[in-house]
Design a protein around this ligand. Structure first.
Ligand code: NAD
Ligand code: UGA
Length: 457
């Protein structure tokens, strides 16, 4: 039996540890966080995040071999293996502001581990970190004269929100990096043994520390690059009457390209793509690789362009003014099946329309509470409405911003009847039946598609 601790009970720490606890009943898993309200939520019926299947997994092992606690110090002392899953946001101050990773939470954890440890520990980097961070962690952990053995292992997380449990239960791969020393390899084996409870051995890959750390940034950069690539072509489609979905299908059938992550959209969001690419850009600049930095930076720029293009298109289609017009935004979450609104393109479009003095109504099945928080001051100028039919009533336009399946299944004839005319629909996720909407009477504009506009009568 091992005492496993995870520091950080967020989107990664909570779900990953719940699955580890369920799959490894002989181990004791404790998840700690300095945010007491979050821990209380993990202990309650209302988990702090919405994630399909999560509640079932948590309930299957909570208070058996899975525990949530605020007592960070005590559990550090008891642990054999410590996963560190704290937030590593983009730095907002000082050197590297706007690009570099803010490692203050990470560093604080390293010092806490050192201060409260009396026995050897394996420290696992679960957070996404700049390459060579493990070196800094090792230096902090070995800075004390107690000379306790600590091994630092990298085990980046590849789960995507909305499918976190499926991704954990059936990962494409698990990546574990460690030092090529006897104790490093022993520590690596201990982490391999945890995942080997349910992941086929050939999908658990082991590398050196730096490859593991850097692979995480590179995986996110490649995924985001695909989205920016297809989005860049969507702009060309809108000029040429080519159809982005037909193109994605045609190129995706090439087995070298593959069909996934080719959905053109209003832009990618989420807490990680932008921050991780900017971190990669910062690292490249740091190592004097300016051309490489500029190459990856463009992925983020293209994403900003795509969002700006979307709300400009709303404005220009609606006779260059939306002031005083009710616009229903369908979706606040950065993607479907999550309540997370961090870096959500929906909120950027929302802010831009508020700026244009539109009457913005935001609807979402799970993400309105987070949207209200993330919008800050602008929230006062937005109406939050859980029912999409109510949101759309008397609106001049609807914009689909999150690909929740429920938005595709609404009664658009009824919605059309309730709206101001001419009624516009802007599909930022290409989930609706555009021809059908056009025949109902809507003017339809979708990403990377020819517009369907009724001529003036
Ligand atoms: P999060 O903000 O949801 O959770 C981090 C938690 O750590 C917070 O609850 C915070 O209170 C806690 N924390 C910070 N410092 C602490 C300390 N010293 N002691 C105790 N608790 C502390 O973040 P997240 O989305 O779970 O991401 C965590 C890391 O995982 C990041 O590096 C991120 O890049 C990476 N990651 C995230 C995802 C994702 O889908 N969200 C996927 C893969 C990797
Ligand atoms: C992403 C990665 O997919 C995970 O592997 C990684 O672990 C995680 O980031 C992380 O490091 O945080 P996530 O951001 O949760 O996961 O969700 P994705 O499914 O990757 O979607 C990201 C954004 O891209 C969403 O806004 C989504 O709507 C958008 N997207 C995705 C598109 O616009 N088009 C696509 O074809 C796919």
């Amino acid at each position: 039996m091992a005492n496993i601790l995870c520091i950080g009970a967020g989107y990664v720490g909570g779900p990953t540890m719940a699955v580890i606890a369920q799959k490894c009943p002989e181990h004791r898993v404790v998840v700690v966080d300095m945010d007491g309200a979050k821990i209380a939520a993990w202990q309650s019926d209302h988990l702090p995040i919405y994630e399909p299947g999560l509640k079932e997994v948590v309930l299957s092992c909570r208070d058996k071999n899975l525990f949530f606690s605020r007592e960070v110090e005590r559990h550090i002392a008891e642990a054999d293996i410590i996963f560190v899953s704290v937030n590593t946001p983009t730095k907002t101050f000082g050197q590297g502001a706007g690009k570099a990773a803010d490692l203050q939470y990470w560093e604080k954890t390293a010092r806490q581990i050192l201060q409260h440890s009396r026995t050897p520990k394996i420290v696992v980097e679960k957070s996404t970190l700049p390459v060579r961070t493990a070196e800094a962690m090792e230096r902090i952990l070995h800075s004390h004269d107690r000379d306790l053995p600590f091994d630092v292992v990298s085990n980046p997380e590849f789960l995507a929100e909305g499918t976190a449990i499926l991704n954990m239960e059936n990962p494409d791969r698990v990546l574990i990096g460690a030092r090529d020393t006897p104790s490093g390899l022993k520590a690596m084996q201990a982490i391999v043994d945890i995942y080997a409870h349910w992941v086929p051995r050939e999908r658990i890959i082991t590398t050196n520390l730096w490859s593991s750390e850097l692979s995480k940034l590179v995986a996110n950069a490649f995924l985001a690059q695909r989205i920016s690539s297809i989005n860049s072509i969507s702009a060309l489609c809108e000029k040429t009457e080519a159809d982005i979905q037909e193109i994605a299908h045609a190129i995706g059938l090439d087995s070298r390209i593959g069909p996934r992550f080719l959905n053109a959209s209003v832009g990618f969001g989420g807490s990680c793509f932008k921050k991780d690419i900017l971190n990669l850009v910062y690292l490249c600049d740091h190592y004097g690789l300016s051309e490489v930095a500029r190459y990856w930076e463009q992925v983020v720029r293209m994403n900003e362009y795509q969002q700006a293009r979307f709300h400009s298109r709303i404005l220009s289609s609606m006779f260059n003014t939306v002031a005083g017009k009710r616009i229903a935004l369908f979706g606040a979450a950065f993607k479907a099946n999550t309540s997370d609104t961090r870096e959500s393109p929906a909120l950027n479009v929302c802010r831009a329309l508020v700026e244009e003095r539109a009457e913005v109504v935001l609807t979402d099945p799970y993400a309105l509470d987070n949207a209200r928080i993330d919008l800050g001051e602008d929230a006062r100028r937005v109406i939050f409405e859980p029912d999409p039919y109510v949101a759309a009533a008397n609106a001049h336009a609807i914009a689909i911003l999150t690909e929740w399946p429920l938005f595709a299944d609404l009664d658009y004839e009824a919605i059309y009847r309730s709206m101001a005319k001419p009624a516009f629909i802007f599909d930022g996720r290409n989930i609706l039946n555009h021809r059908g909407l056009f025949s109902i009477g809507f003017n339809v504009q979708a990403i990377g598609k020819p517009p369907l506009i009724h001529p003036a009568r």
